[in-house]
Design a protein around this ligand. Structure first.
Ligand code: NAI
Length: 464
């Protein structure tokens, strides 16, 4: 019976990072993975969708913007199949990268479905492995349909991102149910590849967790590109035919019908907690179905069993899972890890323009009755954005009136995902809005808009 210090169940961005940090700290480590290393993120999530979004951006640039920039390319033809194949190559390259990292760190990879047994044991096939120090659950999440209204994923007409990532061609029309990150990103991709896209969101606005102004800006950008946006629209019933799906929606008290060749379900994910012996091993779940953990240690209700990533609770984001992986590895190794600040996890939707944020939205500041000042700076007033023809969007900073703390930061921009980290570093280190501006920002850059929004929150903006 093989023995390791640490056995990690699941090789996604939470699990494999936990394994690497454990190995770095001198612990003998194994990762159990039933599919490919890298998990959803690398294989059927973050990475291949970013490759497709890049193709989409190039398609839109060439079709709609290049001519004005002095580059004429004639008739533009797009081919989703080619973009899809490239996205697979990017994904496979990343998955091989994770395999390499396992070897480099001398981590044993055990292929198969792991089941947890009491006493920090993990069974894979006929073998049982023992962890002397800890078992780490990082089993992730999966797509889900809404069977109650007839939207069960059938992989042909009603699909999820799992299937959308492997289509040979873009459907003529697609209705996307759910306008969170997944729905908004695929709306962008399929519209660039010529599909007639209808984006449906039950809550009153798309990207509903983001600041209201970000939702408005994205709605405007999507509509400009011909995407039909139905917000505040609840799908009541779906009729799934062989070649078409009909959706009945309730919008503002009225019933509307949307028909499409395919429906993409992007209405949230379910966590993987079944058939792995959790209950028998004393691992309890929360009312919402996540694994119950002690928030200070991420230890489950079974001693010596920790849980990280999507299955441990929201936000279901790769970077949150990876950080939890580092945290538990350090804790298991007897160190005192830096506590995780869950209110300082950046969130990004990578459609064009991108939406990135950290901290509180303005509505949340109001609900909490905080005293705040808002600073805004539009990219239409930023020299670099004008030069790059990317003037959609803005930076919005919410500043605590008394102490100048950055309560929230919201960016809609072509490169918002890269810009948000300045604010993440600032918030992590409790810099004030004044201090962010005091750092000299290179000119001309999009990041100058951050400094300007900071100034605007104090009534001192220079360029508007
Ligand atoms: P989500 O929970 O972020 O968004 C789902 C949306 O569907 C919600 O806005 C919800 O109101 C809406 N919805 C639910 N039922 C509906 C119905 N019957 N009709 C219309 N709308 C309905 O889930 P999503 O986008 O599927 O993503 C799953 C998880 O993966 C999230 O935690 C997300 O943050 C994460 N993710 C993150 C990405 C990123 O960081 N860029 C990319 C993809 C996923």
């Amino acid at each position: 019976m093989a023995t390791f210090d640490v056995i990690v169940l699941g090789g996604g961005p939470a699990g494999y990072v936990a394994a690497i940090r454990s190995a770095q700290l001198g612990l003998s480590t194994a990762v159990v993975e039933k599919e490919k290393l890298g998990g959803v993120c690398v294989n059927i999530g973050c990475i291949p969708t970013k490759a497709l979004l890049h193709s989409a951006r190039v398609a839109n640039l060439v079709a709609h913007e290049a001519k004005a920039l002095g580059v004429e390319v004639g008739g533009v033809k797009t081919d989703y199949g080619v973009a899809m194949k490239r996205s697979r190559q990017v994904s496979e390259q990343n998955a091989r990268g994770v395999e390499f990292l396992m070897k480099k760190n001398k981590i044993t990879v055990i292929k198969g479905l792991g089941t947890i047994l009491a006493g920090k044991k993990v069974k894979v096939g006929a073998e049982t492995y023992t962890a002397t120090k800890a078992v780490v659950i990082a089993t992730g999440s999966r797509v889900k349909g809404i069977p109650q209204i007839g939207l069960e994923i059938n992989k042909t007409t009603v699909i999820s991102s799992d299937e959308a990532l492997f289509l040979d061609k873009a459907p003529a029309s697609i209705a996307i149910v759910g306008a969170g990150a997944v729905g908004s990103e695929f709306a962008d991709v399929f519209s660039a590849f010529g599909s007639k896209v209808t984006l449906i969101e039950a809550l009153p606005r798309i990207v509903p967790l983001e600041d209201r102004e970000c939702s408005e800006a994205l709605t405007k950008a999507f509509k400009k590109r011909g995407i039909a946006v139905w917000a505040g629209a609840k799908v009541l019933k779906a009729t799934v035919g062989a070649a078409e799906v009909r959706l009945e929606l309730e919008v503002g008290g009225k019933t509307e019908t949307v028909t499409a060749e395919k429906v993409l379900m992007a209405a949230g994910r379910a966590v993987n907690t079944e058939n792995m012996g959790f209950k028998e091993a004393g691992i309890e779940l929360t009312d919402r179905g996540f694994v119950k953990v002690n928030p200070a240690t991420l230890e489950t209700t079974a001693k010596g069993v920790y849980c990280i990533g999507d299955v441990a609770g929201p936000p279901m984001l790769a970077h949150k899972g990876s950080r939890e992986g580092v945290f538990v590895a350090e804790l298991i190794a007897g160190k005192q890890p830096h506590p995780i600040k869950y209110d300082n996890v950046p969130s990004v939707t990578y459609c064009h323009p991108e939406v990135a944020s950290i901290g509180l939205t303005e509505d949340q500041c109001k609900e909490r009755k905080l005293e705040y000042q808002v600073g805004r700076f539009p990219f239409s007033a930023n020299g670099r954005a004008r030069a790059s023809n990317e003037t959609d969007g803005f930076v919005k900073i919410i500043r605590d009136t008394k102490y100048g703390e950055i309560l929230g930061a919201h960016i809609v921009a072509g490169h918002a995902s890269e810009m948000i980290h300045e604010l993440a570093v600032a918030r992590e280190n409790e810099y004030t809005v004044e201090e962010v501006d005091l750092a000299i920002h290179a000119h001309p850059t999009l990041s100058e808009a951050i400094a300007e929004a900071c100034l605007d929150s104090m009534g001192r903006v220079i360029h508007t």
